[in-house]
Design a protein around this ligand. Structure first.
Ligand code: SF4
Length: 699
């Protein structure tokens, strides 16, 4: 192999550039790419240890396996045997129960090429739209809100705007731990410009709050009340941009009526934050020349997630802070390629290049391009709907690609019962650890990061090429190759690609003429440029697009952005006398998702080795709980038992569990999603993972 490769980190949506080298002993080493525009040589703890996930193959799936019934042990088989049997079972189920009886559940960590072929397979050839990914748990509320407000699922902002802003409002996010390199850029911007004001809203005083001028430690579920109160203050103090509102937005009059319904004092009481702090935060926003709102799961993972998003985007719209340097609403992508997945249409309600499933012309365009069967207009099953349909017997077969729903889905014991009832389960994975393997009838070993090539799109629409650097162990294959081989076993044409670059070129051709046109891109261009931001049409003259809506023309029918108005209530399952505490869940700094990669790197366990419950000392005292006591957290869905960590950083009445841990030594009692509800946002389908009523007691 050559001495060094430049590639991209495969963990979070920041999308840092990585240099991978082989040392004299033949071992891989990684360092930050100093020339990369995202991270400028920096890497966080996860990125710095990424090579260990590839070098240690002790947990890797090496060969296809299958079994003929659940009483059998799975046996090692050849790829042909595994894929022929899978194709035979799929054909039988589809013949007996129709194309909607099968589904693919994939991952925001899939490469764009992988998403593309899965999407083409099920929508164009199998004939249903039953493909969803764990991005449904991550970004779908932001996607819906961008479309409703701006007319397109398009992040208007770029990372360079961070250095140009003089106010950043971080709402319901902890980027210091979850998007560390992006946050380093915020810290550096703050050091260069001490006048940069940072406002954080979060029920927990996280590491991000260390930089905050104002921390609004609100009660969970009251974000809309807070955003509306800020909107009212901006209006009453003349901080809005009347000319921008008049020329480039719709809906301001109704918004005015809505936000004037509560006084700021009433809102402060509901949110349980000082009125003076809300006013101070609003003043910083109103006086800013560049104003960025940033958010992620705290707003997205909610039963009113789309409304929370819209109420935040409204603050950019009424102040005119969008489509100009240092300003805009910035949804921080959780996963490395959630955006690339949406570009190819890899969700149950999308078509390639952000075309719409309910648009007959869009369906006809894609069908003609693929030379495929007619595309169904009926939206497919979302992530949580798939497991409900399995439980009800409507969905017979599920193919799980690169994700671990038996840790990450809400009300996870329900999901486990669903997999038990499935007639046929295929698990396509790199690791032998995920809990889903217990239910797999067919196991397909997949290549990991650095063992395959492809592309990803980060949070600022930046598309990067990832090199294949080393061979996959055993017989593991790249995910896209597995899907194409299966499609050919099914007898479908259009999957005989000779290379991954051919898949990518087909995808880019399908974007031509759309708002996310990247028809000017191919692997050669990406290998030379390393990364570019979409759109990148053929006419782009070699330049990407750092910032959108600079002409203040939006993708709505009127070309105006829409200021949406709605009630500010939360529809989560409320607390009561028996379940008085609000459980919120989230990430810790050095682990990623369900730990199938980070969990095997010893260095990453040094930060926090075990799950824990963060609880306020006053809530603990009332329950006779001391530091490190084993506590049981419970509600009607299930229970969790972990050690208590007493901290005044968490709001009284709120408790926190990390989301990473699953079954350890056959016990599932540290799995946070034993306690979460299957409730979802009615527009986005995103689960309400940040608000569950629970009780806690010493065990
Ligand atoms: Fe990887 Fe995200 Fe860390 Fe960058 S910030 S090194 S993309 S995990």
């Amino acid at each position: 192999m050559p001495a060094s490769f430049k590639t991209t980190c495969c963990y979070c949506g920041v999308g840092c550039g990585i240099v991978v080298q082989q040392n004299r002993q033949g071992k891989l080493e990684v360092s930050g790419d100093k020339d990369h525009p995202v991270n400028r040589g920096m890497l966080c703890s996860k990125g710095m240890n990424l090579h260990y996930t590839v070098m240690d193959t002790s947990d890797r799936l090496l060969y296809p396996e299958m079994r003929y019934n659940r009483q059998m042990q799975r046996q090692r088989v050849s790829w042909d045997q595994a894929l022929e049997r899978t194709a035979a079972v799929f054909k039988t189920i589809i013949a007996q129960h129709g194309p909607e009886s099968v589904a693919f559940y994939a991952s925001g960590q899939c490469l764009t090429e992988e998403y593309y072929v899965i999407n083409k397979l099920i929508k164009g050839f199998i004939g249903s739209n039953n493909i969803d990914t764990n991005s449904r748990l991550c970004m779908s509320s932001a996607v819906a809100a961008y479309k409703m407000a701006l007319g397109e699922d398009a992040v208007p902002v770029c990372y360079d705007d961070i250095e140009l802003a003089d106010c950043i409002f971080v709402a319901g996010a902890n980027p210091a731990w979850c998007h560390p390199i992006l946050w380093r850029r915020v810290e550096a911007a703050r050091a260069a410009n001490p006048n940069l004001k940072i406002i954080v809203s979060d029920p927990r005083a996280t590491q991000t709050c260390a930089q905050a001028n104002v921390h609004l430690q609100l009660r969970p579920g009251t974000d809309i009340v807070l955003h509306h109160a800020i909107g009212r203050i901006l209006i009453e103090n003349g901080y809005t941009d009347a000319s921008f509102i008049e020329q480039h937005t719709e809906g301001f009059a109704a918004y005015w009526e809505t936000v004037m319904q509560r006084t700021v004092a009433e809102a402060a009481a509901i949110c349980d934050v000082p009125e003076s702090a809300i006013r101070e935060a609003a003043r910083y926003m109103g006086q800013a020349k560049g104003f960025i709102t940033m958010w992620t799961m705290g707003l997205n993972q909610s039963a009113v997630g789309v409304r929370k998003n819209l109420s935040l985007i409204n603050l950019n719209l009424i102040t005119g802070h969008i489509g100009k340097p240092g300003s805009g609403p910035f949804s921080l992508t959780g996963q490395p390629n959630a955006m690339g997945g949406r570009e190819v249409g890899g969700l149950a309600n999308l078509l390639p290049a952000h075309r719409l499933l309910d648009n007959p012309q869009h369906r006809a365009e894609v069908q003609a391009f693929w030379n495929s069967n007619p595309i169904s207009p009926k939206p497919g099953l979302t992530a949580t709907q798939m497991f409900t349909a399995l439980n009800e017997g409507k969905l017979k077969a599920i193919w799980i690609v690169g994700t671990n729903p038996l840790v990450s889905l809400p009300d996870v014991r329900f999901a486990e019962a669903a997999l038990q009832k499935a007639k046929f389960v295929v698990v396509q994975e790199i690791s032998n650890k995920p809990e889903t393997l217990r239910y797999a009838d067919v196991v397909l070993p997949a290549a990991a990061w650095a063992e395959k090539e492809g592309t990803m799109t980060n949070a600022e629409r930046r598309i990067s090429y990832l090199h294949k650097i080393t061979d996959a162990p055993g017989q593991a294959l790249p995910d896209a190759e597995i899907i194409c081989r299966f499609a050919q076993k099914m007898g479908y044409h259009g999957f005989d690609f000779n290379s991954f670059s051919e898949i990518y070129e087909e995808h880019t051709r399908l974007t031509a003429g759309t708002r996310i046109d990247i028809s000017g891109l191919d692997y050669n261009t990406l290998q030379v440029k390393r990364s570019v931001q979409w759109p990148y049409p053929k006419s782009s003259a070699g330049k990407g697009t750092p910032r959108l809506f600079t002409d203040h023309r939006f993708y709505t029918p009127s070309s105006k952005a829409i200021i949406h108005s709605f009630e500010d209530g939360n529809s989560s399952v409320p607390t009561d006398e028996t379940l008085p505490l609000i459980l919120t869940t989230g990430r810790i700094r050095d682990q990623w998702h369900t730990m199938s990669k980070t969990g095997k790197v010893n260095r990453l366990k040094q930060h926090i080795a075990n799950s824990f419950l963060e609880i306020h000392p006053e809530d603990a005292r009332q329950r006779h709980i001391a530091q490190d006591d084993i506590v049981e957290i419970f509600n009607g869905n299930g229970n969790v038992r972990v050690k208590a960590k007493l901290s005044t950083d968490i709001k009284k009445g709120v408790v926190f569990l990390p989301m990473h841990w699953g079954k350890v030594l056959q016990s599932d009692l540290n799995r946070a999603n034993n306690l979460t509800h299957a409730l979802v946002d009615p527009i986005s389908g995103q689960p309400d993972l940040k608000f569950s009523a629970v009780q806690v007691q010493r065990y």
